[in-house]
Design a protein around this ligand. Sequence first.
Ligand SMILES: Nc1ncnc2c1ncn2[C@@H]1O[C@H](COP(=O)(O)OP(=O)(O)OP(=O)(O)O)[C@@H](O)[C@H]1O
Ligand SMILES: [Mg+2]
Length: 582
Amino acid sequence: MPSKDLTDRRSVAAELARREAMLEAIGYAATRIVGGGDWQAGIQDLLARLGKAAEVDRVTLFETHRGPDNEMVQSCRYDWCAAPLRPISGDPRYQNMPVKDPDAPVDDEFDDWAHRRQRGEVIQTVRSATTGYTREVFEEHGTLSFLSVPLTASGRWWGFLGFDDCRTERAWTEIEIDVLRTAAALIAGAIERQQTDAEIARQREALHQSEKLTALGSLLAGVAHELNNPLSVVVGQSLLLEEATRDSAFTGRAQKIRYAAERCSKIVRTFLALARRREPEPRPVQLNAVIGMAVDLLGYQLRTSGVELTLDLAPELPELMADADQLHQVATNLIVNAEQALASQTGAERPAPRRLEITTRFDKARQSLRLAVADNGPGIGPEIRSRIFDPFFTTKPAGQGTGIGLSLCMTIVGTHRGSITPSETPGGGATFTVELPLAGLPAPKIMAAAETASLAAEQGRRILVVDDEMEIAETLAEILTDLGHRVEIVAHGAAALNQLKAGPFDLILSDLKMPVLDGPGLYAALAQDHPWMTGKIAFLTGDTLSQRQGEFLAETGAACLEKPFTPDEVRRFVGHLLKPAP
Ligand SMILES: Nc1ncnc2c1ncn2[C@@H]1O[C@H](COP(=O)(O)OP(=O)(O)OP(=O)(O)O)[C@@H](O)[C@H]1O
Ligand SMILES: [Mg+2]
């Protein structure tokens, strides 16, 4: 029968044998836990070996982490216990147990332990020395002696490793403490290595994505550049034709051409949004309002496909500094994807009801907003999970998807310095979570054609169009002439300067990229010789803005019209520029 002070009477031989057994457990930990790469696979076995070697009744591994409300909590991740005790790692009472953060006042022994562990201290005690709540817990567990050592991984407190003895109140020997310390250090090393591996994998994946997007960006920029100018002509000319003719047969045909060309323009714009890696245009944005708009736009479509939409929008979200149009694109793409995924399930596969839930939340600690779009559709299979963000990856039939949606979302969220993460909806389906930091980046002001204010155009002004693409220049000239302006056309900046000798213009609309003298060159020459004219020049932007062009536009603050443009956009743009100063 073991006496109360068994430790004291333990023979030297028995002590040595215990030490031997514990070292064996440590050796096991070194090869299995640290050498194996996956510490979780060997941890259970290690805890059992440690427990048996140290002749204790329970060994626990607790992790300290953030709980559901972002507060500090601790959870028992693994434990081993000798019969007849029952494991506690599966018991919900030992998950998400509150832990006082280091700055809060200490009011009992438990809190004090948490603080001491965070400072890296070893804690040991026996039941008779405890009081209050700690005593209650010890009694409930049958614990008589307790020893714990903290775990630090990657410089941060990770949790602790604990021993419980339920048979005797004992003073822990130096050897036991050392062994537990070594085991904790080995586990921490293995955790650290796993964290590093995961981080390297994440960075490699991010680099891979960004390389792919850069390559795709230059390809799209080239294609968009080639398509943009002729498309502006088709859209512009078909509209002019439509407006000019009274014959309904011709109007109908012109309209068909225009619709088709406008569809192409939309695709080109999406490509440009992807290719033009411009910074977003940040303004204070209400995320809930953006969601509201996207839902308004898609509501009808959702209802007709029998989707039950739930909005769980947190009230009074702080404003984001973000590009509202771009966020709108993200929301729309995610909702359309969910709707298409739900609609793809028919017959017995079809979930009843088809559900789509959109949630917004404010994360105070991270100073960010979260948007989650969750569906109960088929979900994303593991075989395609790594590819869904790839440009042009689609599982949809030809004509239904181009595979550009998610890669566009990724680009936009990336420029907003946020993240987008797919996961599984509890119960099945896909959830996409977008996290956006509240702060945005300052960026140059580029006035998109569609954003220009609707204003009545002034008439009878002298306007110079500078563009080496004759069809573009002529289309612009036709639109402006129709408005009653006098329009002249030249092919490059040098010719524009020449034209200025005959007298000033009320407005110069110039391309950026041209032979002989380009847009920025023309601007510089105006600043030198006709400084008052720098307030009267606006630029046409079509393809990818080079960094130099972007900087040029940001510095000068000159207005820009994005190609392809519609006659209506040109009218509004020019009307806005010619408006007399208030
Ligand atoms: N909510 C979802 N549920 C299941 N699969 C999804 C979901 N969202 C995206 N996916 C998968 O990811 C693929 C890529 O999506 P992405 O939005 O990039 O392209 P797409 O929808 O196929 O085409 P596009 O967006 O250009 O019309 C989809 O084809 C689909 O297989
Ligand atoms: Mg899509």
